[in-house]
Structures are given as structure tokens and as C-alpha cells.
Design a protein around this ligand. Sequence first.
Ligand code: FE
Ligand code: CA
Length: 535
Amino acid sequence: MGARIIGAAMQRRAFLSGATSAAALWAWTRLFAQPVRADGALRHWHAPADLFTLGVASGEPRPGSVVIWTRLAPQPLQPGGGMPPQSVAVRWEVADDPRFARIVRQGEAVADPSRAHSVHVEVDGLQPGRHYHYRFMAAGQSSPIGRTRTAPAFDADVDRLRFALASCQHYEMGYYTAHREIAHQDIDFVLFVGDYIYETPTLAMLQVRRHQPAFGQGFTLTDYRTHHALYKLDADLRACHATHPWLLMWDDHEVRNDYDGLIDPEGDFPLERFMQVRAAAFQAYFEHMPISPTRAPVGPRAHLHHQLAWGQLADLWLLDTRQFRDGNVCGGASTLWRRRALWRCSEIEAAERSMLGGEQEAWIAARLAASTGHWRFIAQTTQVAPGLFGTPFGSLTYADGWDAFPQARERLMAAIAQPRVPDVVVLGGDVHRHVAANLRQHPRQGDSRIIASEFVTSSISSKGLSELMIAWMKRSNPDLLHLRGDERGYCLFDVTPRQLQCEFRGTLHPVRADSRFRTQATYVVERGVAGPQKA
Ligand code: FE
Ligand code: CA
């Protein structure tokens, strides 16, 4: 198994040839690799306005630590955020209580203009399985108070885990009332699996709300920073960050729609230029997210995939399906709808085609084999179960998903099936529809064994496929047990040692400022029995 994966990795011609030319760009910026100096930081200065317009956030809860984040930006839509061009000192405090009567950890961080005056602190020395409150202070101002929590101890007998799964929040396509609801849910964390920002404008007829400025077409660091700031100005999104820790993985729109690893799908940017675009996008993403500074990007590269554990109850891995994937194939005649759909494309069957890259494939296979948790969650960005469109003349394949990487999917399924790793649940987003699915050892073979369960969340706001397309997909793929593209929403999970429950929360598209959510359907998975069942 391992040898097979490594073999595939070594054969990855396309990636390696690209990587060789990209190697010169490795040193394009080593910004985050250098420590910021604290001695010259401004301590006493006059801030022109509210410094904390983008709120606060936390992420990556571990038994003794959590990451807290803010960015100082009195004028968030201006280049530089309205901050002085120097670094400034920021105090941070973590307390047991919301009044900060019992401060348990505190310190000073430096907000530097080279990092858009963002602050990432990995706070350690905390108790496992506890809620905490945190805040930042600079120039005599105090930030809003955030609430977060740590994970239970690795050996803890945990009887319950609750979390929300969300993705795809095109600002112009709807309001973030889902985040308003999630902020009020009694959950341990939010798992967000990509399309946090959209660099693509939407059609005027689909616009529910507008933003100014539009995403800058220079694809510069300033363009990405301004766009992230614009999204964070949404009060519901800020509230959701301030209330729960988040686990984050990016997809394509954080850089460019449907990009494959090193390749600009529109062909506007040659490799070197696209690596600059990717570096700018990666940097701005990191600057706005509660991600551990140990995983900050270095130029156009970042090590975002990682794992977390929730006591003995669950192991969770976040997979990066975007940065390391092989390029699109079958350009030209067999590419319909501007490379969105493939028809009769045998090139996708090539054994060396990878979605995760060889290193990450080997990593997830090894982690699965070593896992001792009761449940195993593989969080990736899109839908793993087949979602083809059948025709009498062969299937249409969505070029951007796992269907276009069938051998890589077989290898991921083999990592679950051989030897048998039980109670695996795959989580995803990206496709703007609620999905519950059986995952078979050999996808698209109806008599193959069901080895895992899959849940894919609909989008927070982005539009989904038409009813016609959804019905066509449902007919063509018997492993899809639940499939709804008409509603926006998120998934609410309730996990115990015996059973997992997924509530598909939904509201009509488009999401209005006063939209309410209801439970569209509920599915359960019994421990020891692969496959979701309707509750
Ligand atoms: Fe999306
Ligand atoms: Ca996407």
C-alpha cells in the first residue's frame, strides 16, 4: 500500500517538472520565516479610529493550546489598513472568565506591516477541555472579547463532540445568516473547508448584495488583503469567529477559480507569475485566519494539512486538495463548458494523477492506519463519492473534483479498506449541495463493499446546480443517498462513542438578511456500520 503510493508520487511527471521551474521562486518571499523584532515596535501612539474592525478569531484547539488572532485595521479597505508603516506592540490576555478577573495567560505580540499588522499567538499552558476568553489591546484600545476552547486530553474519555461543517461563502450571493445561527449553536468548533473568499465577481442578476471595492484584477497582495478585510467586515462572520474556534482548509477561490496546483486555469499567468499570485493569495489568507504561525506560508508554498484529536472520541485530518494536485487534462475537443466537464477522457485514468500529492497521500494513509480514535474524520474540500452525469454515450465528469482523479480516489479508498480502518467519515464542501453518500472500496462499482460514510455541506451563500442537474446526478449515482442543491446552509454534527448524527440545516436560495434555517434532513451513522442511514 505505502509502496504503491510512493511509487505513484515518484511518477508524478507534471508536478515535478513544474516544481523544478518553480524552485527558483522558493525564495520569492521568506517573510513569515523571519521573526519580527519587538524592540522597535510602537507602544504609545494615537490610533485614528477603531483598530479592531475585523474582529478576533481563534483556531486549532489542542489539549493545552489554541491559536488566537486579530488584525489591526482602522481603515480596513485602504491599502495598509490605515495603519502607520511601523510595527506596533499588541498585548493579549486569556482568561477563565469573560470579565477577565482570572487571567491565566498574557503576553505581548508584534503586529508588523509586512504581515498586514496581523497577530497570531499560539497560546500554550492551558488546561485541556476548557472554555477560555481572550482579547487584544493596542494604543489604549481593547478588542472585542473572543470565546474559545481547548481540546480534551488525548487519553480523555469524551462522551460527546458537536461541530458545524461549512464552506463556500460568496459575499455577493447572499447573507451570512448561517454564521449568525452557528454562532448561537452549542458546538465545540467550526470546520470550514474552503472558498472562504471568492475572487470571481458574480452575475448582476445573481447579486443579493454588493461590495466595494470589487476584487482587484491585478491579483496582488493588496487585492487579496482588501478582499479578505471586506469579508471580515460582515458582522455575522465576525460573530461566528469570536464565539467558536475554527479549523480551516482552503480550496480554489482563495487563489483563483478551479486552479490546479501550479497552473492558472485561465491561462492568463505563466508559471512564475502564477506562483507570485499564489504567494500573494496564500499570504493574505494566513494574515486573516487563526492558523498556527508554525504553518505560515513561505512564498507560494504552505503546509496546511494537519490533524487534530478530540480525546479518544475522534481523530480528524484536514487535507489540502488544491495546492498539490495535478493539472487538468483533455483540453480542447473533449472539454465542454470551458473545461468544467470532461467527456470520454481516458487521460484522467493515469495512475500517477494525484489530488493530494504523493507526500500527503502517504501521510493520510499512515495516519489512518495508526489512528486509535473511535471515529476518524477525513475533512477535505470537495465530494469524494461519484457525481457523474450519465448519458447513453458515456458519462460527463466534473473536471474539478475527485471524479477526474479516479486512481487517486482508489488509493484513498484502499488506505481505508486495506487493512480495514473502521468508522471513517469523509467531510467536504465545494459543490454547493447537501450530500450524504456511501463510499465504496471501488467507487462506481455497485457490488463493491461500503467502507466509509460521506457528508458534504451545502454552501453558506454560493449558488448550487439547477434542480434539473441535481435530478440527473441523483439518477446517475446510486451511492448518493441525499442530494439537495436548492438550499444554502451548513451541517451540524453530534458525535458520541456509539453514533454520529448529521443535521443538514438549510434555507432557500438566495439567503436574505432575515432568512431562517430548518433541518432539511437528518442522517445517522452507527459505530461499526459504514454508511449513513436516514434518521
Ligand atoms: Fe464554492
Ligand atoms: Ca471550490
